[in-house]
Design a protein around this ligand. Sequence first.
Ligand SMILES: Nc1ncnc2c1ncn2[C@@H]1O[C@H](COP(=O)(O)OP(=O)(O)OP(=O)(O)O)[C@@H](O)[C@H]1O
Length: 366
Amino acid sequence: MSAPDYILEASALKRQFEVAKPLFGKAKVVRAVDGVDLKIARGETFAIVGESGCGKSTLARLLVRLMTPTDGAVIYEGRNIASIPEQEMRDLRRELQFIFQDPFSSLNPRMTVGALIEEPMRVHRIGTVAQRREKVAALLSRVGLSPQIADRYPHEFSGGQRQRVGIARALASGPKVLIGDEPVSALDVSIQAQVVNILEDLKQEFGLTLVVIAHDLAVVRHMADRVAVMYLGEIVELAPVDALFDAPRHPYTAALIAAIPVPQVGARKATAKLEGDPPNPIDLPTGCRFHPRCPHATDLCRTSKPTLRARDAGGQVACHYADELTLDGLSAGSDTRSDAANARFEIYRAARARSEGANAPATTTT
Ligand SMILES: Nc1ncnc2c1ncn2[C@@H]1O[C@H](COP(=O)(O)OP(=O)(O)OP(=O)(O)O)[C@@H](O)[C@H]1O
């Protein structure tokens, strides 16, 4: 077996934010990303999950240098992009593209859809004006939109259509890695399915590596090859998607799975429910950061910090009791959570069958 080809790696990656600077004494800091190591293989879909505030967005931004780290390295194709000069980074940006939850929140509303998709090509001096126009039309078709909408404005479109435009813009510069920060979470479930399918088709067609930040585990289970679970700035478990969902080894992963909504009223099983919110990331708990919310915590967990070590299926886990605990995954018996998640996957399959039936890459909308 040949060694995996890693396109993007994080090594001891840290990002802190100063939140309050007292007149005297040390400034308080949030350790948003606190020593993350991970390796993303070329061509895989890698998901990062966790509750709000656990550091997913910060990690995603560090991976493409939309933000610089406080410490550590980000290795893209063998180069540490955390420390290369901005000019060099500017050239690399065409290869590392970001898809936002709302692609237009940070874009000029006075630019037409066509101008927005063309912009990355202009910035990176790709093609002539005519070639760029042609590419804009091709990209619009590719994401299932009519090329005729190039002269219209983003506000004229629905959320799903806007996200398709966002994807077309991200593809315009010919990226190798696409990072989506909650790329479908603002959309209706049926529209989510179409956008997820577009991303998967484009990944195949262009040989992309996808990094997806999501809190919706149904989306993650459908899309990802491997999943990293973050808690308070750290990765607590990382594993191939089936191993993670079927046999979680970290109580936090099990709690996230237990929190997948169940459709029937009163059907929720009393398992490892996640109580409360994560603690304030300014005053991090001692020992294992999850111990105040963990039903299995012992004195050891309160005092000693577990390190990330190998788990089965080629994964990693940071829990003192990972080998001893029996935790429920999605395949546990006739668990209705499993049905709930599977029902969501059926929606994706149905959306794909419809678009394939229409012999188009995706449902074309104008
Ligand atoms: N610019 C900033 N200044 C101060 N604190 C920040 C800043 N950006 C993020 N944080 C803090 O860092 C922590 C991690 O935030 P981050 O947005 O990365 O988490 P997240 O898991 O992506 O959450 P969400 O899903 O809500 O976006 C949070 O406590 C957040 O308040």
